[in-house]
Design a protein around this ligand. Sequence first.
Ligand code: ZN
Length: 259
Amino acid sequence: MTLCLIDSHCHLDLEPLKSEFSEVLLEATSAGISGFIVPGVHPEGWRGIYELAVENPVIMPAYGIHPMHSECLNDQIIQVLLKFAVSGVAIGEIGLDPYYKAPMELQEKVFRKQLRIAVALGLPVLIHCRRAFQKVLRIMKEERISQVGGIMHAFSGSVEMAYEFVRLGFAISISGTVTWDNAVKPITIARKLPLEQLVMETDSPDMAPQRYRGSINRPAWIMETVRTLAAVRKISVEEVAEATSVNVSRILRLERSSA
Ligand SMILES: [Zn+2]
């Protein structure tokens, strides 16, 4: 049976995946992955993502500034972002992460600015958040982000927190961390949330699943995560693939982008 599966977050434009792009893509499509959301992290990468998407219809681009690169936002970059954004499926990845050295006040300013662009353009958002869920939730509510919704990428919060984001129109993304031997929260999320609210991702080249932990992650390895989710929920791999891909299409309104 051929799978229909979307990797909702993979950095195919970044090294070392970029140099092996053709092999990585072929391996992934052979494994049954039919769509790849490639989010931007830095303005210098946006052109490359745009070109990948133009050359490969299976690549769906998103444009944004990752919280770790918050210092690069200025008025001119906003104009560039606006130009790229209209050809993307989402604004992202954006958010807050106190682990990075960019000051939190600056991260918040850059996050809010990009949320406002998303709302103004009617585009969903891809959210990166670690250890700042209450703050991110408050900011997203203040910026009325439920108008556009989006995906909580590689979600590492609690079930209660996941529901807060679901209420704002967000899907919760399950990454390779669910396969890790020490996984607790991701397993609970995978088990308890309605399947309609879950999507899958690799975040490659980061966050390799347990079997390949420490290696450069690649989209084909999303199957490890799919198998874990199927086992936890006692459903088939095909059901997981189908349902989570339908969820990505719904949340990101992909029919709109291909129209
Ligand atoms: Zn990422």
